[in-house]
Design a protein around this ligand. Sequence first.
Ligand SMILES: Cc1cc2nc3c(=O)[nH]c(=O)nc-3n(C[C@H](O)[C@H](O)[C@H](O)COP(=O)(O)OP(=O)(O)OC[C@H]3O[C@@H](n4cnc5c(N)ncnc54)[C@H](O)[C@@H]3O)c2cc1C
Length: 422
Amino acid sequence: MTNAVLVKPQGTLVRAEWKHGMELSSQQLALKERAAAFSNGLLRKRGAEIDQSRDYPWDVVDALKAERFMGMTIPKEYGGEGRSFLETVLVIEEMARSCTVSARIVVEANMGAISTVMAYGTDAQRKRAADLVLDGDKPAICITEPDAGSDASGMTTRADKRGNRYVLNGRKHWITGAGVSRLHLIFAKVFDESGEELGVGGFLAVRGEAEGLRMSKRETTMGLCGMPEGELVFEDLEITPDMVLLPPSGFRRGFADLINAYNSQRVGAGTVAMGIAAGALELAVEWAKAREQFGRPIGEFQGLQWMLADMQTQLTASRLMLYAAASSRGPGGSSFPDPALSAQAKIFASEAAIKIVNDALQVFGARGYSRDFPLERMARDVRMFTIGGGTAQVLRTLVASKVLGWKLPQTRDGYHARGDGE
Ligand SMILES: Cc1cc2nc3c(=O)[nH]c(=O)nc-3n(C[C@H](O)[C@H](O)[C@H](O)COP(=O)(O)OP(=O)(O)OC[C@H]3O[C@@H](n4cnc5c(N)ncnc54)[C@H](O)[C@@H]3O)c2cc1C
């Protein structure tokens, strides 16, 4: 027997001594159980309310902070818990069963921009970012522009050198947390004083402190309501030297370095999708046992049994891929998850989750289509995960380039799309 964990879809979390490929330590299991209790309590109650109000859940942020689920991956010397990406993934899955918005806050407060700053920042930058996150901030990462989505290399946001400073101008859209996040990591092309392009840099700006950063519009989204997605405008945003997050190979390979550190976020996003699917499957199983038609519980019909079996199989495969990606390290002793494994896990988990949630909705019949039941919210929420953080198509390009051992530039001038990063 091992202490591997199996979350049986029986309405409540069932711990089983059942080996399915991944062993967790007793500390990891305890963390997962603490996250499950948090999720089954506050988040189960708040999930639907947050969706309806569309308000950012500051009460949940306070509770996450109190439980120390914000900044778990921040090293202890900066006040964090020094936890691994795998441990973070265990927590995210539990949160996503009940409330996607809360799970996304946990992703962004532990992976993504914060891990990029922790990887490349100066001591002062790390300390500042850690303090903000531990105080409840969910940092924003600002890459996408109206005309530069998958092809992020086509960004036009620019930082022009002026003496020992930069002046940043441009526009980013679909920024998660726009208007609520304090710390912003902004990707911009860097130009020297003669106008020569030097590459891509990351620039740190704190809302409320930096002048020249404003939100211009909030998107109306299909799901994930409660997490603002918005457009940010930078007008002569002054970048002092302490705001420059210098990639290790300098600006020339800046995009690849920065996006690599951001890779952990892909594992986090895939885990949110997987957690939604786990929650949906749990509900579907309960319903299949409780709902009777033709004088029998509908779960007694083989048509549904095989659907449930396929859903569980896809879920288990997703979970194992995500755990493996979270535990992996990229080439060259990198401290980030392997880019190809992370991309594969996100592609697989996000596509499987959409199918699992859709099938769970089917098991509920008409009630699945009702706003009085959680399945329709889950179906709206889960749909995003093949789009944000690199689309399933562009991530396939990354995987294909590893499989073939070729660079696969997508644009005619040889620049690489967002999927690139090594
Ligand atoms: C909810 C949400 C949150 C987001 N949060 C953030 C954030 O915090 N920060 C941020 O910077 N961005 C964010 N984004 C933006 C996201 O990263 C982009 O939407 C994504 O990279 C795709 O860009 P696009 O929407 O412009 O689509 P496009 O690039 O226009 O793509 C349209 C379609 O074409 C396909 N396509 C494009 N190029 C190729 C190719 N070479 N091969 C095959 N197919 C291709 C795509 O897969 C897609 O299906 C978010 C998006 C969403 C929906």
